[in-house]
Ligand binder design. Structure first.
Ligand SMILES: [Zn+2]
Length: 447
């Protein structure tokens, strides 16, 4: 059979549990995996137009980040070492002051960091509702698989007094949500989805919340938002409103009771865990969260970086390592979350949450969302147990090739869809101008 591209010669990890194949190969045609297995066997069956030699590398599914604020890429370093309400006050001011070009550059820079660290798909946490198209255009240009959401905010934040520029009436929110889905869902050859979203559940009246979920169900799209970040009781409230379902992905998800966990399990709700952002901002996901229990319960737990202003890095390898270690330390239990669990959270669980049933693992018929990691480095050898090394020792810097839907977005660490130097210099220049425009009180005031 013919193939467009063959990755060959590396250690193949098709998913979290299959035995690695030491000298493996993946054949891709029209964006889909058409053959996979031992290199010798695949070579006998496939005539490829192009071969990428992956000797000394691990070939694995691309990582899926289920919670990322692309707008906050421009805010990296602007809100470190402050508590969450002060952090929110500052970041909302920064996001509110961004213009269309800022949103575009910030999203491009976020996509660039994801491509360079092996993330092939992501869920936007809640985009700037004024310039949502700029974000969509950046994702389209990046070549990544992405889910767009917008901040649905009808009610101002109850916990601080700063004005929120994204608050608008219910009707405007509902209209803009429909427009987002109709314009973007299924675009860029199906790489881009558009979902419903909220910043926080308490930013919506119950009526608006039910209406937004109704739109998600009407269009068959998902819903993503922050939940159980600072309060208990939100899952029970959503249950009372009759809206819980497997098309929901809730970020942070720290404050849950045993009853909440039952409702999450019963309704197939997806739970996004952001250990890096939590450890940076002291949100409490290790001491107060119940992630090992949710994994044990069979709840679909996935992983996210959150954003450059609180998770600091968009490197999902670092997040995998944190997910696989922080709960061990907290519980004094070295088997609290296994490296296989963490790998699964960052790949197939993320793809399931994102409603990409044919991504997240490498098998025939799946979308060719594949990365290759250079193992021939001191910190990754010896490679007795490659999966453990990838979770405990690797970083995004070790990724050499990133492929989405069969398209090579990075080869030998050269990104093909963006001019990296240009995006980074634009990010710095626009960021400096943005900071200049903000009142000084943005960086001194406390909520
Ligand atoms: Zn977030």
């Amino acid at each position: 059979m013919d193939a467009d591209l063959l990755l060959s010669g590396g250690i193949l990890l098709p998913d979290a549990t299959s035995a690695p194949i030491r000298d493996g190969a993946v054949a891709i045609r029209d964006g889909v995996i058409v053959d996979i297995g031992a290199a010798e066997t695949v070579a006998a069956r496939v005539q490829a137009r192009r071969v990428l030699d992956c000797t000394g590398q691990a070939m694995m599914p691309g990582l899926v980040d289920t919670h990322i604020h692309t707008c906050q890429q421009m805010a990296r370093g602007l809100a470190d070492d402050i508590n969450v309400l002060d952090w929110l006050t500052r970041i909302v001011a920064v996001e509110g002051a961004m213009d269309e070009e800022d949103v575009s550059i910030s999203a491009k820079a976020a996509c660039l960091e994801m491509i360079k660290s092996g993330t092939t798909g992501f869920i936007e946490a809640c985009g700037n509702p004024f310039y949502i198209d700029a974000m969509g255009e950046a994702i389209a240009e990046s070549g990544l698989r992405g889910i767009m959401t917008r901040s649905t905010m009808e009610l101002a934040e109850p916990d601080w007094s700063a004005p929120d520029p994204f608050v608008m009436d219910a009707e405007s929110n509902l209209r803009a949500t429909r427009e987002l889905i109709e314009k973007w869902h299924g675009s860029a050859d199906g790489r881009i989805s558009a979902w419903c979203g909220w910043r926080q559940q308490w930013n919506l009246s119950d009526e608006l919340l039910v209406a937004v979920v109704g739109i998600a169900r009407e269009y068959g799209v998902g819903l993503h938002g922050h939940l159980a970040t600072r309060r208990y009781g939100q899952i029970e409230l959503l249950d009372q409103l009759g809206v819980l379902g497997p098309d929901m992905v809730f970020a942070h998800s720290i404050r849950y009771t045993a009853r909440d966990r039952q409702l999450i399990k019963l309704n197939g709700v997806n739970i996004d865990h952001n250990p890096g952002a939590s450890m940076h901002g002291a949100y409490g996901s290790a001491p107060m969260g119940c992630f090992p229990e949710m994994v044990e319960d069979g709840i679909n737990v996935c992983l996210g970086c959150d954003g450059a202003a609180n998770g600091n890095t968009l490197d999902m390898f670092q997040v995998m390592r944190l997910a696989a270690t922080v709960h061990k330390e907290m519980r004094l239990d070295a088997v609290a979350i296994s490296p296989q669990d963490a790998f699964k959270m960052a790949t197939s669980n993320g793809a399931k949450a994102a409603m990409w049933p044919d991504s997240g693992t490498l098998k025939v018929g799946n979308k060719a969302d594949v990365i290759a990691v250079n193992l021939m480095q001191p910190h990754l050898m010896p490679a007795y147990n490659v999966l453990n090394n990838l979770v405990y020792c690797a970083s995004g810097q070790d990724v050499v090739t990133t492929i989405v839907a069969g398209r090579v977005l990075m080869e030998n660490r050269e990104v093909t869809t963006f001019d990296e130097a240009r995006v980074l210099s634009d990010l710095q220049a626009r960021g400096e101008a943005l900071v200049q425009r903000l009142p000084e009180a943005t960086f001194t005031a406390r909520s």
